[in-house]
Design a protein around this ligand. Sequence first.
Ligand SMILES: Nc1ncnc2c1ncn2[C@@H]1O[C@H](COP(=O)(O)OP(=O)(O)O)[C@@H](O)[C@H]1O
Ligand SMILES: [Mg+2]
Length: 264
Amino acid sequence: MEQLMRTVDMPADQDLTGKNVRRIRVDRRRAGADKINYLRVESVPLNQAVLRQNRVLTGHEPAAARESYQLLRTQVLHRLKENQWNAVGVTSPCAGAGKTLTAINLAISMAKEVAYTVVLVDANLRCPAVLQRLGLAERPGLSEYLTDLIPVEELLVRPYYLEDLVILPAGRPVENSAEMLNSPKMERLVLDLKASADKCVIIFDLPPVLATAETLAFSPQVDAALLVIEDGVTKRQDIARAVDLLSATNIVGTVLNKAGPAIA
Ligand SMILES: Nc1ncnc2c1ncn2[C@@H]1O[C@H](COP(=O)(O)OP(=O)(O)O)[C@@H](O)[C@H]1O
Ligand SMILES: [Mg+2]
């Protein structure tokens, strides 16, 4: 990983323009959640060479790359803990900033080092990318869960060597993803995932904020958003528009991705 990532620590109640961001604590009903049985989840082997090629953390990358994700993990977990949150949406103003890679590596970093169950949900239903980035074949996932009567345990996968990481793939790409992400069934699933283990973090790989309305519409279902900015590419006004659109969402932090090794 010749290009590194820098994390930018942003106060939770301030946006990049220094404006105050309204903090909303969404009331979540935990009682009555259906327990998800992770013991039934299928284990799948991952190809380390493919992971390395796709910049996914394997433990064999340069220490600086691993450490930048560890720093991100520490900062995000700290914010989650202090607010008793456990559902984070990874998004960016525009496509290509590195949301999917950040979501995957953050999930791996959390699952490896901390006693948490981490559920990574590919919620980019139009352009799913998590399985492909992990070198796994396409398989049914969230879109099948939302449209067919398939128990979620049958759709989850667990990478062989990462016991505490569970992945919910996106499934077949769909066009009406905004409706699906905002369906009562999705809302129920988020609540079930959030309550599925004593210590769990749910990470959603979301579509970009400015491209479609779905991320904004889905944002009340996450406790906080992590905003990925592509160094030198994401325009200032796009960052400001994205932060403005997400003004009712807690921003857990900002990742300056694809930044050069020099840390200013
Ligand atoms: N830190 C990084 N360094 C180098 N390349 C990166 C980095 N993060 C992402 N990329 C590359 O940028 C491209 C877009 O990343 P991706 O995670 O798919 O973005 P998004 O999900 O925001 O569309 C991919 O080819 C990915 O390998
Ligand atoms: Mg993506």
